[in-house]
Each structure stands twice: as C-alpha cells, then as structure tokens.
Design a protein around this ligand. Sequence first.
Ligand code: 13P
Length: 265
Amino acid sequence: MPGKKLYFGTNLKMYKGIRETVSYLCELEQLTADMDPENVQLFVIPSYTSLPDAIRSLRHKQILLGAQNMCWEEQGQFTGEISPLMLRELGISIIELGHSERRHIFGETNVMINRKVITGLKSGFTVLLCIGETEEEKNWGISDETLRIQLKTGLNNIPPDFNGRLLIAYEPVWAIGVNGQPASVEYARDKHELIRSTLCEIAGSAGKDIPLLYGGSVNPSNSDELILQPEVDGLFVGRSAWNASDFNALIRSAIHSAARKQHYT
Ligand code: 13P
C-alpha cells in the first residue's frame, strides 16, 4: 500500500483484566495477521496488571503494547507509581502520557506531563502524548491556545533524537467516552492542521513527520471520513475497539478509505 503509514490504537483504560486482555489480543492478532506493520501500525494499551501476560501472549511483533502512564523518576519514594525501568523490564514499547482522564480526574499538569515525556523518550520508549481542550475551553474560544500550550509545554526540552518515537493523539475532552459528542470531521481537520503547524514551529521540519492520531468517540460511522483528513495519520479508539472483531472491521474499512484517497490524489 503506497502513501503514509497509518496508526490504529486502543486504550483499554480500566477495563479488561488479565484473561480478557489476553483473549482480546490473541483474537486481534489473528484477525489482523495480514496487515504489514510497515504500512499499518497497530497498538494496544492495556492495564498495567495485564502487561506481562499480554506480552507473552503475542506471537508476532505486529501489535505494539503500551502502558497508560509512567512516573518521571526511575526509582524512589513514589508510592503507587510505575518506573520507566519497570516498564522497560517488561519489554513494552509505547508510553501513553497526558490522557484526558489523567489530566482531569487525577490532576496531571502540563509540567508533570513534560517531565514524563522527557523521561519516556530518554528511556527509549515511543511516547504517545495526548492533548485536547475541554468543553469550557472550546466555548470560551480558546481551544487553539489550549492545544498550543499543551504541545509547547509537553514537548519542552525533549531530547533531539525523538524522531520516529513520538506520536500525538488529539482527543477533545468533550468527545471522549460515553457522554462524549464526536467532533465533526471539519473540526477535527482544523485542529489537526493547527497541531501540525505548532509541531513544525517546535521541531522544524521534523514536525511534519510526527504522526497525529484523532481520538474521542471514533466509531464505524465517522472513522472512514476522519482518516481521510490531510493531517490525520491514525485513530486512537476507545469503546469501538474493545471487541477485537469490531476493531478489525473499523481498521480495515479505514485503510480502504485511506487507500482510495491516495489513489485520487
Ligand atoms: P472513546 O473512543 O471511548 O471515546 O475513548 C477515546 C479515548 O479516550 C482513547 O484514549
């Protein structure tokens, strides 16, 4: 398949224990076995407790595994936190940082997230930085300012060798979860363009190659259109991905849609 690499991932949040995660992964791996990771990168971010079994359960390296959070320190008096060394020992590749639920339920700030991003990159992980404005910020007309602040603080002082190891997920907070309203395709397109130009401001030409994923109520009725938008390189999916065969169908349909775009451009 020619054109840009596409990314499809899911965050399992605080759902699925060890057994359910393993059976989900085995099914997803089987269903997607023909997808070439050179063109389509799949990833799953399960609970911490599922990670060791999740890693053992995958037979190929096509689906990458990630952790939902990480401490910025390697060790110390940080009760309840998980160190980058512990995650590296497990052999996972992605660290998700700054998810809206971490920011808004658990009070993570841009400064905390920036420390984690730096540690994650220095520890050799791929970092998936999540950003997004709240409904209030949208109503106040400051969505763009919020996104720029989250990017500029979140990526402040990152090591220069981040290339190929940084992904951004744009997830408007008001679009996430059972009470979320999916963003319109036009809205998502606008914000992805703003994010792209901000990344180029921060990282120069390397900003053009940082994959941007859209998340927040992605579902089979909006995924094909979303993936068609110029700066949308992938989809970060919650509920619509938690059944392996539904996720497989959504991914295949989006790939098909993206291939048509490349055919006509
Ligand atoms: P939903 O797709 O369920 O809205 O969740 C999106 C999300 O939070 C992915 O991290």
